[in-house]
Design a protein around this ligand. Structure first.
Ligand code: BES
Ligand code: ZN
Ligand code: ZN
Length: 508
């Protein structure tokens, strides 16, 4: 991984391969943003304009600046600024800086040492922007090379050393901002690594064991229920969905219960869907793109990483993650349409489609999580294709108790993990009545994302503030890298969950 350091020295003294500077467009003119004073901004604008740079969002232009402190200048666009346009405010927000840092770092392939001046774009170096730069660099440079026989060449890898330029390198605020960026990025990378790992290596038991090894290093308590303990505990949903696979299901619980929690601090339960591969089961999916269903444990990976991140940051709040792990396979022992399963807590579901399996395992997990009496419950899952139809590939749908739902969606937007609140209409719930059991696992009409939300609601104890984040689209980027979002797993919504937990810690 990239070695990130703070520097307040002159760029000339750093022996750089390149300097990264921010550019933008203001009234359709290219401007070099503040922070780049050590270069010759006028000469730089002239050079960049000649190369056709506009300063638009995500634009990366490489140029030379004779007599400058480095052989190459990398100008990264932050988009339009100012004017009356509320969408493009000044000062520049952290998300635009995070995105720019991510795009810029991928333009440093083959270089060893670069400096990045983006923490100064608002005229003074700012610790929040130091964090954004750190996250952008680490997340934008992420790659998953575990299964390549050959190590990538240096010419294919981003710069190994990145100096984040500030005015006071040893200022406490800057140092802790960079440390925080590293911890957050490591958690996001951990979630991405789990999701990117192929399902022949990442299955319920191996997921649980890998999580346990990571949790032990951070003082997070682990509990793993195997199929025998799932049976004695009444986890009928997890056993039904996992029953078709030779790789037996698990329930993983991660508990962070630090000392020094202030009296009155709310507790948080996290739940994430951990289907390590979703064939659809007996209601089998078509062959095309079925490989994408290795990502059906993205919610599980995100809540695991978020819990470990809360521990790494030593936040004084109780967080317990409940993670149901199963592989949804068709076989002679698979569950069937028309089966009735009895969940933890006693409610029964009639299975009408075995491909709506996520909610069936989540029902058990949510019921278990609520037994601890949490104040808040955040659940996240690659739950429905309908989420992608409704909101596209990059915006998560959030359902739940209204106030908390809006708070969670707001937190997502705030950290750059787009999320939008969604309703739970009564007519959609009416379509889920079962003739045989308490509820059917699918609805009858359109609105599949909302039906899934309604189903989950059934298992949340009254009085618990809860939110369900459907990340079927946002958990995975099937296209090329953009901003700080790498190809493949995105690690969403780890940063949203952290933001909500920190908000609960300060505001209750
Ligand atoms: N894992 C899928 C949802 C999904 C789709 C995730 C696309 C990521 C990308 C889920 O288990 C599923 O198959 N849902 C069904 C539900 C239907 C049978 C009611 C769906 O969305 O089609
Ligand atoms: Zn499915
Ligand atoms: Zn699924």
């Amino acid at each position: 991984m990239t070695d990130l350091v703070l520097s307040d020295r002159s760029l000339d003294a750093l022996k750089l391969d390149a300097v990264i500077v921010g550019v933008a467009s203001r009234d359709d003119e290219l401007v070099v943003l503040e922070g780049a004073e050590q270069l010759d901004p006028d000469a730089l604008v002239e050079m960049l304009v000649a190369l056709g740079a506009k300063g638009s969002d995500g634009e990366v232009t490489k140029t030379v600046l004779p007599g400058g402190p480095a052989p190459v200048v990398i100008a990264v666009g932050l988009g339009a600024l100012g004017g009356d346009d509320a969408a493009h405010p000044e000062p520049i927000d952290t998300e635009r800086v995070r995105k720019a840092a991510g795009a810029a770092i991928r333009a440093t392939k083959g270089m060893s040492h670069v400096a990045i001046t983006l923490a100064g774009v608002n005229g003074e170096y700012d610790a929040e922007l130091v964090q954004a730069v750190g996250e952008g660099v680490m997340l934008g440079g992420y790659t998953f090379g575990e299964y390549k026989s050959e190590q990538p060449k240096a010419s294919e890898l981003p710069a190994t050393r990145v100096s984040v330029i500030v005015d006071k390198a040893r200022a406490t605020a800057n140092t802790s901002a960079l440390k925080r960026a590293v911890k957050i990025s490591e958690a996001v990378a951990m979630a991405r690594d789990f999701v990117n790992t192929p399902p022949n290596d990442l299955y319920p038991d191996s997921f649980a064991k890998r999580a346990k090894a990571l949790a032990q290093q951070l003082g997070v308590k682990t509990e793993i229920l195997d199929e025998r303990r799932l049976a004695s505990g009444g986890y009928g949903g997890i056993l039904a969905v996992g029953g078709g696979s030779d790789r037996k299901p698990r329930l993983l619980r991660l508990s962070w219960t630090p000392t020094g929690i202030k009296r009155g601090t709310p507790s948080v339960a996290l739940v994430g869907k951990g289907i390590t591969f979703d064939t659809g089961g007996i209601s089998i999916k078509p062959a095309a793109k079925m490989d994408l269903m290795k990502t059906d444990m993205s919610g599980a990976a995100a809540v695991m990483a978020a819990t470990l991140l809360v521990a790494a940051l030593e936040l004084p709040i109780k967080v317990v993650a409940t993670i149901p792990l199963a592989e949804n396979m068709p076989s002679g022992s698979a569950y069937r349409p028309a089966d009735v399963v009895t969940h933890r807590g006693g409610k029964r579901s009639e299975i009408l489609n075995t491909d709506a399996e996520g909610r069936v395992v989540l029902a058990d997990a949510i019921a278990r999580a609520c037994e601890d009496g949490p104040d808040y419950l955040i659940e996240t899952s690659t739950l429905t294709g309908a989420q992608v139809v409704a909101l596209g590939e990059r915006t998560a749908g959030v359902m739940g108790s209204e106030e908390f739902r809006d708070r969670v969606a707001g937190a997502g937007t705030c950290v750059g993990e787009a999320a939008w609140p969604m309703p739970l209409p009564q007519d959609v719930r009416d379509g889920m009545k079962s003739k045989t059991a308490d509820i059917a696992n699918i609805g009858t009409g359109p609105g599949g994302m909302l039906a899934a939300g309604h189903y989950l609601k059934e298992f949340v104890t009254d009085g618990v503030q809860w939110a369900h984040i459907d990340i079927a689209g946002p958990s995975y980027n099937s296209g090329g890298a953009y901003g700080y979002v790498a190809e493949g797993a995105t690690g969403a919504p780890v940063r949203t969950i952290l933001h909500v937990i920190e908000d609960i810690l300060t505001a209750g």
